[in-house]
Ligand binder design. Structure first.
Ligand SMILES: NC(=O)CCC(=O)C(=O)O
Length: 260
């Protein structure tokens, strides 16, 4: 399975400009690398323009365009996350589309990040255990701050996820946390981690990039710097089972002895 991560800048509160950027980058990626899966960062349509969220968040149009983009290029599109709203409220939501344009999964961010004011505007999603087919295996998704909740990723691994996607807008000065937490989630759950951060700045933060792909042994297979970049990696998800056989963490768990 060949996967490309699009690490890009995001224009603050400019959904149309950001959509054009995504379309161009996906076309460029297809021309250069022909991946099976393309992954995008967090909330790339609106950015964290939360005061204007209700006037710029998607009401369904962007979702339809993303489905069409996946179909046009024949890729699984892990569309990062987008700012969206419906009659129930505003959300930071991840969508995954199959190569025929069908929607494979939707996950609405569960843990809202107070340092960036998410809880003032967004509602938390209800279901943190979203899985979907990816290549020959199964993928799971969390969004940015969720990375700090190891129990969430463990649940996904127990449900069968072999590959974890982490779309993010993770800023400085916490680059160290971003790198270590992604590696920790890969090692402790013996799974592939595909973490896609944005770059550039908004009025409050400078984002640290360093998108990365980590194998189930914890090796960083590819890591971007702090500018716009496309990372492409060939992944073999069967390595997950090999690592899980070598150190049988999942067999050796003693769930009755831990607090849930
Ligand atoms: N967009 C986010 O959820 C940011 C999370 C973050 O920066 C953190 O340190 O956690």
């Amino acid at each position: 399975m060949r996967i490309s991560l699009i690490q890009m800048n995001v224009s603050f509160g400019q959904p149309e400009e950001n959509w054009q950027r995504v379309k161009e980058r996906v076309a460029q990626t297809m021309a250069e690398s022909r991946p099976d899966v393309v992954a995008l960062p967090e909330m790339w349509n609106t950015a964290y323009d939360l005061p204007r969220f209700e006037s710029i968040a998607d009401r369904g149009d962007l979702r339809r365009k993303l489905a069409e983009l996946a179909r046009e290029h024949g890729i699984t599109l892990m569309a990062g996350s987008i700012g969206e709203q419906d009659d129930t409220g505003c959300y930071n939501a991840s969508y995954i589309f199959a190569s025929d344009g069908s929607e494979l999964a939707r996950y609405r961010k569960l843990h809202l990040f107070r340092l960036m004011g998410e809880e003032k505007v967004l509602k938390p999603g209800g279901d943190g255990r979203v899985l979907f087919p990816v290549g020959e295996g199964r993928g799971g998704v969390i969004i940015c701050y969720d990375l700090r909740f190891p129990e969430m990723v463990r649940s996904l691994a127990l449900d069968g996820a072999q590959c974890l996607f982490v779309p993010a807008q993770w800023p400085h000065p916490r680059l160290n946390h971003w790198r270590v937490l992604n590696q920790a989630r890969a090692i402790e759950n013996q799974m592939v981690v595909v973490a896609v951060n944005r770059v550039g700045s908004d009025p409050n933060n400078t984002f640290c990039g360093h998108s990365m792909v980590i194998d189930p042994w914890g090796n960083i297979l590819a890591e971007a710097a702090e500018g716009e970049e496309i990372l492409t990696v060939d992944l073999d998800l069967s390595e997950v089972e090999q690592v899980r056989r070598k150190i049988p963490v999942f067999e050796d768990r003693i769930p009755g002895q831990y607090r849930n």
